[in-house]
Design a binder for this molecule. Sequence first.
Ligand code: ZN
Length: 69
Amino acid sequence: MSFFFSSSRTAHTTIPCRHCDTPLIAQRGCREVRLYCETCRKNYDLKEYVHLMDEALETFLDQAFCDRI
Ligand SMILES: [Zn+2]
């Protein structure tokens, strides 16, 4: 059982913010995943960073969208 992971709504990635290089945090919303920078206090569209996807984000997305049709 991986209860901890399946219930997680955020994940720390290694993807650097393009403004300050802080690793972004993936956050799951109702219908979308956003990337958040703690330093800039900004949310970024997943689309802006999808080409930099790392393993942490990939795993997170797998879990986030497991119930999509
Ligand atoms: Zn930043």
